[in-house]
Design a protein around this ligand. Structure first.
Ligand code: CA
Ligand code: CA
Length: 536
């Protein structure tokens, strides 16, 4: 019965892109800078080593970092450059020159930060390579970088090289430096954050990995190592440590169990390949009411460049084959807002941007339906779908990325609306494509939280339940209450629902077309919210 319902509901998804299933890509491969071997080594999850790229004597890769599109950046101090390697390894170019590069890290927007040992600076590069100085010059003992989830940058400092002289400093996004750990480290090397905001430090002089809680409290996560240099966490929270001079990579579970992962010929910086498929379309279908029951769709654009999108507000299309939904919104209206004010609205799509909308190839089927095509800066946006003259019915709001090459992406969609039963369930949809074909998302279904401050929405969905299905109608994941199934993994995203009765799932999906169904456990109804976040 359940499968049949999902297959019926799937017909409501209007996405036109064909679901293209491939074998799930292998984000999760570990990369290792091979230093004077002039290679970057790559390991699958079992530790099997292959050579990802090799090049001339001027290519001596050390520290590594991936951008959101899957390009691998390597510091190449032997050539005073930062190298950029395309996802298939086919080209190696100089992304930046004129730097004596140390560690590399990307911020959430996609800017690359690099330590320059020549000037004692941290340089910041846009995706196009434009450089500014973020910190320094004159900070001559900077070693390694890691961004916290809140955007602060943490950096190890070597001190004078004696035991206890190493430290960790913190930079705000605006570049203000403060001390996080004033002393006590011995030849500190790499830094890495776990999903709970704890910072790990490779303390090469003492053969330890120290863990610092967000308040700075220090514990020894692992002692008795050789000389840990480089750190990287996998998606399951295991810490991988590159050691010298033994040239091994050890794996340490969250509980501290240590095993030998690989013994490559050289160990430089480590980086895991992230899932790099993008959300290319997001949608929500709901029963559009009036007042607090209008359908409010929020979405987030993350990046360093503007993003061109088309937003739809549909109703009559849903009444047609193959959807055949009764009681659709007869005459939708759509308005788009940024975080402070209304930026565009439309009742009937031909009235304002007919030519531009037709040029996207995504014009609505009916003249009374709404559409807005617009170029948006990275930020948070809200689209409100209503019925003209306070009419009600089933409606659909969609956002399509029509400029996937831009260094910006849709990273989240949330929709608040009335969750009914049967055809009135709330449905969130997403399409992922490109990159290495894999995306990790957290999908949440909220209700009780909306009834609390600052929302104070009346008549909320008391006990949300969530199911995620693929385009074949197969269940990919779901739960009634989020702690029932993946409590630790959900908490590690930093996006756990506030209320135990709310639902959430974390899932890594292959490129394709997915539908999240929010309903009331036991058939309850009320105002609910479904959210889809792409994880980094
Ligand atoms: Ca209209
Ligand atoms: Ca529940």
């Amino acid at each position: 019965m359940k499968q049949t319902l999902f297959k019926t509901l799937l017909a409501f998804s209007l996405f036109t892109a064909a679901a293209c299933y491939s074998i799930q890509a292998a984000p999760g491969d570990l990369y290792d800078g091979g230093l004077s071997d002039q290679k970057i080594y790559k390991f699958n999850i079992a530790g099997t080593e292959t050579v990802f790229v090799s090049d001339s004597a001027t290519f001596q890769p050390d520290w590594l970092a991936f951008d959101s599109k899957g390009n691998l950046f390597a510091s190449n101090p032997a050539h005073s450059a930062i190298s950029k390697i395309t996802p298939n390894g086919s080209t190696i170019t100089d992304f930046a020159t004129g730097i004596n590069p140390g560690d590399l890290a990307f911020d959430a927007a996609g800017n690359l930060f690099a330590i320059d040992g020549a000037t004692g600076s941290i340089f910041k590069y846009t995706p196009s390579g434009a450089r500014t100085t973020f910190a320094g010059p004159g900070l001559n003992d900077l070693i390694a970088l890691a961004f916290a989830r809140d955007g602060n940058l943490f950096v190890t400092r070597r001190g004078n090289g004696l035991a206890g002289s190493g430290s960790i400093v913190k930079f705000t996004p605006a570049g203000a430096m403060s001390t996080f750990i004033p002393s006590g480290l011995f030849l500190p090397k790499d830094l890495a954050f776990d999903g709970f905001g704890n910072l790990y430090e490779a303390d090469s002089g003492s053969g330890s990995v120290f863990r610092f809680a967000p308040n700075g409290t220090k514990t020894t996560f692992k002692a008795g190592l050789n000389a840990p240099q480089s750190l990287a966490f996998d998606r399951d929270g295991n810490l991988f440590v590159g050691e010298c001079p033994t040239c091994d990579i050890v794996k340490i579970t969250p509980a501290g169990t240590q095993s030998l992962f690989a013994t490559p010929p050289a160990v430089g910086g480590l980086a895991f390949e992230p899932p790099t498929a993008q959300l290319t379309a997001i949608s929500t279908r709901a029963s559009v009411q009036t007042g607090a029951g209008v359908t409010i769709g929020g979405f987030i654009i993350t990046g360093t460049a503007p993003k061109r999108v088309i937003v739809h507000g549909l109703g009559p299309t849903l009444s047609q084959p193959p959807y055949n939904v009764p009681n659709v919104l007869a005459d939708p209206t759509l308005s788009l807002h940024d975080s402070t004010h209304s930026i565009f609205s439309n009742d009937n799509w031909k009235e304002t941007q007919q030519t531009a909308i037709q040029a996207t190839g995504k014009a609505p089927r009916f003249d009374v339906e709404s559409a807005i095509v617009i170029t948006l800066q990275p930020g948070n946006y809200t689209a409100i779908l209503g019925g003209k003259n306070l009419t009600t019915g089933i409606g659909l709001m969609e956002v399509y990325d029509i400029d996937t090459a831009a260094f910006a992406e849709l990273t989240a969609v949330s929709t608040r609306g009335f969750v009914g039963t049967g055809e009135g369930l709330m449905i969130g949809g997403l399409i992922t494509s490109g990159g290495n074909g894999s995306t990790q998302v957290i999908v949440s279904g909220l209700g009780p939280t909306l009834g609390q401050p600052p929302y104070n929405v009346p008549n909320v969905l008391a006990d949300p339940k969530l199911t995620l299905v693929n385009s074949n109608g197969n269940i990919v994941g779901g739960n009634n209450n989020w702690k029932d199934t993946q409590q630790t993994a959900i908490q590690a995203t930093g996006l756990a629902p506030p209320n135990d009765l709310e639902a959430a799932i974390v899932v890594t999906v292959a490129a394709g077309n997915y539908t999240a169904i929010l309903e009331g456990n036991g058939g309850g109804t009320g105002i609910g919210l479904v959210e889809i976040y792409k994880l980094r």
